[in-house]
Design a binder for this molecule. Sequence first.
Ligand SMILES: *[C@@H]1O[C@H](CO)[C@@H](O)[C@H](O)[C@H]1NC(C)=O
Ligand SMILES: *[C@@H]1O[C@H](CO)[C@@H](O)[C@H](O)[C@H]1NC(C)=O
Ligand SMILES: *[C@@H]1O[C@H](CO)[C@@H](O)[C@H](O)[C@H]1NC(C)=O
Ligand SMILES: *[C@@H]1O[C@H](CO)[C@@H](O)[C@H](O)[C@H]1NC(C)=O
Ligand SMILES: *[C@@H]1O[C@H](CO)[C@@H](O)[C@H](O)[C@H]1NC(C)=O
Ligand SMILES: *[C@@H]1O[C@H](CO)[C@@H](O)[C@H](O)[C@H]1NC(C)=O
Ligand SMILES: *[C@@H]1O[C@H](CO)[C@@H](O)[C@H](O)[C@H]1NC(C)=O
Ligand SMILES: *[C@@H]1O[C@H](CO)[C@@H](O)[C@H](O)[C@H]1NC(C)=O
Length: 355
Amino acid sequence: MVVFFWGILAAGLLICPLEGLNSDGMYLLELKKTIHDQFNNLGNWNSSDQTPCGWRGVACTSDYRAVVWSLNLNSMNLSGTLSSSIGGLIFLTLLDVSYNEFTGTIPKEIGNCSRLESLYLNNNEFNGQIPAEFGNLPWLKDLSLCNNKLSGPIPEEIGNLSSLVDFVAYTNNLTGPLPRSLGKLKNLVTFRAGQNAIYGSLPGELGGCQRLEYLGLAQNELNGDIPKELGMLGSLTELILWDNQLSGFVPKELGNCTNLETLALYQNNLVGEIPMEIGDLKFLKKLYIYRNGLNGTIPREIGNLSMATEIDFSENCLTGEIPSEFGRINGLRLLYLFQNQLTGVIPNELSSLRN
Ligand SMILES: *[C@@H]1O[C@H](CO)[C@@H](O)[C@H](O)[C@H]1NC(C)=O
Ligand SMILES: *[C@@H]1O[C@H](CO)[C@@H](O)[C@H](O)[C@H]1NC(C)=O
Ligand SMILES: *[C@@H]1O[C@H](CO)[C@@H](O)[C@H](O)[C@H]1NC(C)=O
Ligand SMILES: *[C@@H]1O[C@H](CO)[C@@H](O)[C@H](O)[C@H]1NC(C)=O
Ligand SMILES: *[C@@H]1O[C@H](CO)[C@@H](O)[C@H](O)[C@H]1NC(C)=O
Ligand SMILES: *[C@@H]1O[C@H](CO)[C@@H](O)[C@H](O)[C@H]1NC(C)=O
Ligand SMILES: *[C@@H]1O[C@H](CO)[C@@H](O)[C@H](O)[C@H]1NC(C)=O
Ligand SMILES: *[C@@H]1O[C@H](CO)[C@@H](O)[C@H](O)[C@H]1NC(C)=O
């Protein structure tokens, strides 16, 4: 009886390998079917293996189940499409297919990979929309979509990504207004979506992103006012909003963003005066507000920008005297004031000027 039992067990162990590749491996082989792999980089993805753990680009957990936690196929000259079978790899925490030539849409089944922390789809030729199913990824920290051909709006569901730290989607064809739900992202540090066709106004809710350091939305079609709530972003170092259709005043509340290093508001339709609170930005290095409709005089507080290296107020309707306080900014390398109605002289201390 005992011998019989052990016999069955031994037979079971022998038979086990013949059961073949585990389910993660099957999903990967399914994935490979729609990938064109010109350089045979996935050549060792072999269906005779029991697990995919030794396959190029694949990493497994070290526990006895050995599930696939990471799939890294970046820069492998892969083309074709990413199929829905990716959704079977439910233990993935990292998926990187960046720097390939994938086409087609992003499979919504990625939303099934609910443990994902890092998702890099950037530098491909993905088209279609950002799947709303991405909102099902509660641990997602890094989402990179830049340099693709994505269109349509950033989905409202992005506000569900409560762990999100970096959202990078510049150089696509994204449209639509920005979702107000963005304000729910308390861990967001970087939001970059420049070079798209995003329209509508900047939601004041962005002021809720307490940890935001980089807000980049240059080269879009944003209109309306710059919301004063941006003044709540005490960690912000880069505010990059050039080449949009923003109108109204430069809000004085920006003076509260005391960590700002770059303020780029050029090529918009801003009017009114340069707020004297700009002088509170003690770490500001680059201040570009050229090509707008600013009027009034340049505030003397500008001289308080002791870290500034480049200031460009050219092509506005500024009047009055050029404040001598510019001369107090020792590191200033570039000061452009041309095409205004300013009088007076630029302080001698400054060189490399046009006026
Ligand atoms: C796959 O593995 C089997 C068994 O190890 C081997 O015989 C076969 O040549 C491999 N196939 C490829 C394409 O490497
Ligand atoms: C990708 O293609 C380039 C150019 O054809 C080649 O130099 C490079 O070695 C390829 N890299 C991989 C990982 O296939
Ligand atoms: C999504 O995950 C479930 C298990 O959580 C699985 O049964 C299902 O097949 C997956 N869907 C897809 C499209 O892979
Ligand atoms: C965006 O769409 C326009 C028109 O549909 C197209 O000409 C352009 O190449 C697209 N840009 C990108 C980055 O996909
Ligand atoms: C996800 O976001 C949508 C739209 O904002 C919302 O209706 C839904 O309740 C959210 N789901 C979860 C699970 O938070
Ligand atoms: C700016 O700071 C002042 C003083 O700290 C505060 O009273 C005000 O509410 C702040 N404004 C914004 C928009 O955060
Ligand atoms: C500046 O422009 C604003 C808005 O167009 C206007 O209300 C204001 O009177 C102007 N101020 C000066 C000093 O010209
Ligand atoms: C800022 O500049 C103004 C005018 O030049 C000056 O009166 C004020 O003391 C300065 N404030 C700080 C904090 O340096």
